[in-house]
Design a binder for this molecule. Structure first.
Ligand SMILES: Nc1nc2c(ncn2[C@@H]2O[C@H](COP(=O)(O)OP(=O)(O)OP(=O)(O)O)[C@@H](O)[C@H]2O)c(=O)[nH]1
Ligand SMILES: [Mg+2]
Ligand SMILES: [Zn+2]
Length: 260
């Protein structure tokens, strides 16, 4: 890349993996009634799902939609709960425990007080990491704290709506240290994973895995069926009710007619 931002593509790397979502409905981007795929980035190591305690409020169902998209692309997931300086009793501790029990890394950070910043920096060292999440959660602020030279623009969150105002408008990749790359992305308003079949969704809730072969019916959708081991696990507390609720909600929004 030249100083003026122009550049020449001299090699196109093979695409080993990629992350995508459905294009939002508002853009009217559909083909014969099916919403099209938007590729966010390819050949990445980590998807850093950034959330915040407040402004905007933490929403576990949104986190689970991001996780499904990342798991379906077999990408490593790290969840960051930012704005920990605004923490209220039990918010961070409850969700940290829930996601760590499943096996995810869950980091608490504050771009305001620097809490957890060095730890996050170590986690992304020697990797290509994409920062993903709703607008206003602090993706660009965290990146600036870790790597002040980036000098990304950061925004104000309207306290009236608690919705970010889309300060970052295009995805940018930067080399921040030897072998270390970051991608800052514009905040999303909606996140519908692309190309996921009802039958496959269960595999993207990784704590369901050990139960999937123990259901009474091998056609079990883990929705209502008798003898369902996933439902048993929810009832005896091995799978969290919140995660199971996310599973059912996403299951209900998947169209059955996707063909590949
Ligand atoms: N209290 C508090 N505010 C923060 C923290 N991190 C970021 N903010 C504020 O949150 C607002 C949004 O931060 P950004 O870094 O622009 O958020 P973003 O996720 O990059 O947003 P988009 O680019 O729109 O996707 C700014 O006003 C920041 O100052 C934090 O840890 N604590
Ligand atoms: Mg930003
Ligand atoms: Zn079942």
């Amino acid at each position: 890349m030249n100083d003026d931002g122009s550049g020449v593509i001299n090699k196109i790397e093979e695409r080993k993996n990629y992350l995508s979502r459905k294009l939002p409905k508002v853009r009217g981007a559909s083909y014969r009634g099916q919403r099209l795929e938007q590729v966010i980035a390819s050949n990445i190591d980590n998807v850093i799902i950034v959330t915040s305690v407040h402004f905007p409020d933490f929403n576990n169902r949104v986190v689970d939609r991001f996780i499904v998209a990342a798991e379906s692309s077999k990408l490593n997931v790290i969840i960051v709960l930012n704005k920990i300086d605004l923490d209220k009793p039990d918010i961070s501790s409850h969700w940290k425990k829930l996601y760590e029990d499943i096996g995810y890394k869950f980091l608490l950070t504050s771009a305001e007080t620097n809490h957890g910043i060095n730890f996050l920096k170590e986690e992304i060292s020697n990797k290509i990491s994409l920062f993903w999440g709703h607008s206003g959660v602090g993706k660009s602020s965290l990146l600036n704290k870790m790597f002040p030279g980036l000098n990304f623009k950061t925004g104000e969150v309207s306290q009236f709506t608690s919705k970010g105002t889309h300060t970052t408008v295009t995805s940018v990749m930067r080399k921040v240290a030897e072998n270390t790359f970051i991608i800052d992305t514009p905040g999303l308003r909606e996140m519908d994973p692309y190309g996921i079949k009802k039958i496959d969704l269960r595999h993207y809730f990784i704590e369901f895995t050990e139960h999937l072969n123990k259901c009474k019916f091998n056609t079990c959708t883990h929705h209502h069926e008798p003898g369902c081991d996933v439902i048993n696990a929810v009832e005896n507390g091995k799978i969290s009710a919140e995660r199971y609720d996310s599973y059912l909600r996403i299951l209900n929004t998947i169209e059955d007619d996707i063909e590949f």
